[in-house]
Design a protein around this ligand. Structure first.
Ligand SMILES: Cc1cc2nc3c(=O)[nH]c(=O)nc-3n(C[C@H](O)[C@H](O)[C@H](O)COP(=O)(O)OP(=O)(O)OC[C@H]3O[C@@H](n4cnc5c(N)ncnc54)[C@H](O)[C@@H]3O)c2cc1C
Ligand SMILES: *[C@@H]1O[C@H](CO)[C@@H](O)[C@H](O)[C@H]1NC(C)=O
Length: 342
């Protein structure tokens, strides 16, 4: 089947499933109103329409009257939407930006002082912007980024972004001035994390894949009710590329349930941790062994995912376990993949 016929097929499917859904739940709200109206004889239709308009009018005026007359207006917060939602794009203002490595920066976006991002771990956001593409044309593009600040922090949230030399979005974000805004929506939940869902989590991260892992580590370590053991194995190109080293070291010193191991491909002068790519030996020594009480999360560029556990397939489904994790004996349900591919 060709691509276009596939799309057509799925469109037809969606249409027919919509129709089926309508039959199962015959009309709610507006749908029911029009459905009922169609059953009325033509001469009565106008009258029914007038009655409906009148009702709509009363419904619209009622709250205004009610609020004006009330000395105690209802709590505003209750009627507010979430800060972020999947349906609508929302603008967020850049408040601060900080360089953390030669090509990587943290961007802090402003929230209402009493508001927090309020998204669950482990999730990411989608950012949209208009850019000039390589053919010199204006184009709207979107890219995913993972908030790394404590998700309950009020007044702001942070994302870490690696600025690519010709990256359309990352270059666009790098050029934002303080006070400029950026459209976002979300969250896209990659793993429904539940407190104490496993005894021991083994995290393997490469490069900016640390963003997902840091979001989860922050959530676990800031919750006194969460007793999960967490072991992180973090691979980078060189010691200078290790992101959040200070933060991770501090967390591991203050939390007996958190351990971190680093490995670098190009070692610097004084060597600490492993050398070379993540290996089966490192995984075996640093992370929990296969069991029903453990879960391994692998987060990083596609090359690392491929080598450690086999490529994640397109359906956002982790797929079968291959690579090093298969060698060690981890099963499908013990592994989750987080790919940071474009
Ligand atoms: C779920 C998910 C989470 C993510 N989380 C993060 C995160 O927290 N932080 C983060 O930094 N990134 C994250 N990413 C990656 C991010 O979404 C973007 O893919 C990344 O920022 C690059 O986007 P870009 O528009 O800047 O680059 P693009 O324009 O998409 O370019 C991508 C690459 O291709 C190269 N390129 C572009 N044009 C050409 C050309 N004409 N010829 C040759 N090479 C070219 C660029 O130099 C660059 O290396 C995540 C991705 C996913 C899928
Ligand atoms: C976000 O701000 C830009 C620039 O001010 C504006 O063009 C755009 O419509 C805004 N988007 C939303 C969703 O409000």
């Amino acid at each position: 089947m060709g691509i276009t016929s596939k799309i057509k097929e799925s469109y037809k499917e969606r249409l027919s499933s919509k129709a089926a859904a309508r039959q199962r739940h015959p009309g709610t709200g507006a749908e029911r109103a029009s459905g009922d109206l169609s059953g009325i004889a033509d001469n009565k239709r106008e009258l029914a329409f007038a009655v409906m308009l009148a009702l709509v009018g009363i419904a619209a005026i009622y709250p205004a009257v009610y609020y004006r007359g009330s000395s105690n207006p209802p709590e505003l917060k209750a009627s507010r939407n979430n800060v972020l939602n999947m349906k609508n794009w929302v603008n967020f203002t850049l408040q601060e930006s900080q360089r953390v490595a030669h090509n990587t920066r943290i961007f802090r976006f402003k929230l209402d002082p009493r508001e927090s991002l309020g998204i669950p771990p482990v999730s990411h956001l989608i950012v949209r912007a208009e850019v000039v593409n390589s053919r010199g044309r204006q184009e709207k593009i979107s890219r995913s980024y993972v908030p790394i600040s404590d998700l309950r922090a009020a007044g702001y949230f942070d994302v870490l972004i690696k600025i690519l030399p010709e990256g359309m979005m990352s270059q666009r974000i790098a050029r934002l001035n303080l006070g400029d805004s950026l459209e976002m929506r979300g969250p896209v939940v990659e793993l429904q994390y539940k407190v104490n869902m496993k005894k021991h989590l083994g995290l393997i991260a490469g490069d900016i894949g640390i963003t997902y892992m840091l979001q989860l580590i922050n959530a676990i370590m800031s919750n006194p009710k969460d007793n999960t053991q967490v072991s992180l194995l973090y691979e980078n190109e060189s010691p200078e590329d290790i992101l959040f080293k200070e933060k991770l070291d501090k967390l591991s010193q203050s939390h007996p349930n958190f351990k971190v191991f680093y490995t670098v491909i190009i070692a610097g002068g004084e060597r600490q941790g492993g050398q070379g790519h993540v290996s089966a030996d490192m995984i075996y020594k640093a992370l929990p062994h296969p069991s029903s009480h453990t879960l391994i999360l692998v987060s990083g560029p596609p090359k690392l995912i491929d080598r450690v556990c086999g490529t994640k397939d397109k359906e956002r489904y982790s797929g079968q376990v291959l690579g090093l994790l298969r060698e060690i004996g981890y099963k499908h349900e013990q592994v989750r993949k987080f790919s940071l591919a474009c």
